[in-house]
Design a binder for this molecule. Structure first.
Ligand SMILES: NC(=O)c1ccc[n+]([C@@H]2O[C@H](COP(=O)([O-])OP(=O)(O)OC[C@H]3O[C@@H](n4cnc5c(N)ncnc54)[C@H](O)[C@@H]3O)[C@@H](O)[C@H]2O)c1
Length: 274
């Protein structure tokens, strides 16, 4: 059991876990979804959810084995997924990944910037490579993917859903790099929403608190950290499941959310409400 789960179990607030539910529907019939981070966690759940409701998926990740497993699960549910291994730390790879999706399916309707990394540290001891990694994967990659994808989304009246975090809307101790990048994703979302406000595309973000994924396994917290500072952002109701975040994603990406544009949709059991 991960450290976070153990702490939440001690606090009596582990959430119910749901995994691998195939939800069937037609909301995304004939649509193509481009998802980064699709080898794991939230993006895998989004791939299953959207494909179950009719979308064709193009998944991107650095982890080829994980991508193959997601594709297998999508196929098992009757869906279609193609994928490409791309390291999104590089701008050209972000553009190449989007091009591959368009080459494969001929269009793009939904973009999910979901790949992400987190490193905890006492700020003054934060390794420069960790800062650069978080900036590259969490902030630069979504920006470059948006640059590459927007011309295609303008053709289909498509939309973008960026995975921000509650760390993008509130300060959190020992994770300044992650907070800075997720705050950047929040503002990237709002800025693009304004720039394209007169066009038929939508740009939104989701800001979850803890989600039960690989990101919360084997966490390395700084030695001597003050747990009292961390407690407020652990909340009171445990972790969300990846499927629950995928359900929020699916709503925002669907035509049902037509008026929702420039929103930063918290999914954090109230963590940021206090
Ligand atoms: N799990 C949480 O508690 C939580 C909370 C709030 C927000 N988020 C955000 O949700 C998103 C998804 O996270 P998750 O919980 O599913 O984690 P995860 O670790 O399961 O998935 C992240 C994926 O990103 C991929 N990735 C990392 N670096 C990459 C790179 N350079 N190029 C391509 N792919 C790369 C990983 O291989 C992995 O498959 C992230 O942006 C994360 O910051 C997660």
């Amino acid at each position: 059991m991960s450290l976070i789960k153990r702490l939440l179990a001690v606090a009596g607030c582990i959430a119910a876990i749901s995994e691998g539910i195939y939800v069937k529907g037609t909301r995304f019939k004939s649509k193509v979804a481009f998802l980064t981070g699709a080898a794991s966690g939230i993006a895998r759940s989004v791939a299953l959810r959207l494909s179950g409701e009719g979308a064709s998926i193009f998944g991107v990740d650095i982890d080829g084995e994980g991508l193959a497993e997601t594709a297998r699960l999508v196929a098992e549910g009757g869906g279609t997924m193609r994928s490409g291994v791309f390291d999104l730390r590089e701008r050209e790879k972000c553009f190449a990944a989007v091009s591959s999706a368009v080459d494969e399916f001929g269009r793009l309707d939904i973009v999910g910037n979901i790949a992400g990394v987190n490193r905890f540290a006492t700020f003054t001891e934060m390794a420069p490579e960790d800062w650069e990694l978080m900036i590259a994967v969490n902030l630069s990659a979504p920006a470059y993917v948006c640059q590459a994808a927007i011309p295609h989304l303008l053709e289909t009246s498509g939309n973008i859903v960026n995975l921000a975090s509650v760390a993008g809307v509130m300060g959190q101790a020992y994770t300044a790099g992650y907070c800075a990048t997720k705050g950047g994703v929040v503002q990237l979302t709002r800025a693009l929403a304004m720039e394209y406000v007169k066009r038929e595309i939508r740009v939104n973000a989701i800001a979850p608190a803890g989600v039960d994924t690989a990101m919360n396994v084997d966490l390395h917290f700084p030695e001597g950290m003050d747990w009292k500072l961390v407690k407020p952002y652990m909340g009171h109701r445990g972790l969300a499941t990846a499927d629950e975040i995928a359900a929020v994603f699916a709503f925002l990406a669907s035509d049902e959310a037509r008026p929702v544009h420039g929103a930063v949709w918290t999914a954090d059991f109230g963590v940021s409400a206090g």
